[in-house]
Write a protein that binds this ligand. Sequence first.
Ligand code: PLP
Length: 408
Amino acid sequence: MALVNENFLKLEKSYLFADIAKKVNSFKAARPDEKIIRLGIGDVTQPLPLASRMAMHRAVDEMGEKETFRGYGPEQGYPFLIEAIIKNDYAQRGVSLEPDEVFVSDGAKCDTGNIGDILGQDNSIGVTDPVYPVYIDSNVMAGRAGSLEAGRWRGVTYLPCTAENGFVPEIPGRRVDILYLCYPNNPTGTTLSKEQLAKWVNYALENDVVIMYDAAYEAYIRDPEIPHSIYEIEGAKKVAIEFRSFSKTAGFTGVRCGYSIVPKELKGLTADGRQVSLNALWNRRFTTKFNGASYITQRGAEAVYSPEGKKQVRALTDYYMTNAGIMREGLMKCGFDVYGGENAPYIWLKTPGGMSSWEFFDKLLHDVKVVGTPGVGFGPSGEGYLRLTAFGDRDETLEAVERLAGRL
Ligand code: PLP
């Protein structure tokens, strides 16, 4: 019999959303006539921008004609999309990238999960806490996280982000080789200023740390002073890989498209001290294990950067940000301590009266029939918080806030 990767056995089953579903289902069974409003899971609710849809229709038609049919494309993505990404997402912010530093994929979850393939097993890991679980779980699978003790992986350095430190992580006291940062942040909905991000880039430069920078929510930044890309910070190309996604930008959660940037300046070390290009390794991994996002999808993503596409995407993200504003204001009026929701589609709520995340979850479900996500599900420092998403329907968001105002 083949031996299994026993690191997988260390992972607990991901109970968070299953536990939420269980509680919601038993509530529904007991009170079938009650209308539940779900502001828990971070999926989008609004349809695709028209520009992307039209582009995908055209691409489907091209695939139906012998002259324009396309089979396998370049694994790293078609030049038309890579050029649009470089021009719109980077050049306009003063960041120059070469086409072979961009890798188009089927989403940021895969990229952030797969990137560890090109890094040695003995690297130490740092994550902000609370955190998008993929960063930790993928490192557990790779054998970098050690054992789990009292809800914490011994091999992982947790950088708490709480109201007490303004959700800005502090430089870790112990060495990390790889550091995951996600801004705008899921789940806290908070951001880093240029100065705060520069502190991390300088730390990485001084300490030979590789930063995995997840910018899946950059389209929600409204404050012009907040950086959209880590490469807006001088020196970042030497230390950072950046991940982006069309999922939350343009409603592509079901279409699937994202990309990673691996600058050629970024190097890793071999055990005998030789410097190796991480770009070359990622390219090797990509071409070996991935056969490219579909042509149709990439045409849909390209259309996000057309003049109409840009307007439609802005309208889409504005829709969700209006939801965020409605929740923020409504909850603040009710006396809650509310974080996030200004440059991110997540509201991070302090539970009232010292309630635990799950106690507050239960109270919301039973008293106002609103489903959130218990903060503790994202890491130990999430205890005492609850996440609400702005990705709901407007009417439901308004109703949820009204219910909260009336009952809590
Ligand atoms: N990164 C973060 C921080 C996320 O919250 C999510 C999705 O919720 C993703 C990545 C996944 O993005 P994608 O849909 O591109 O895989």
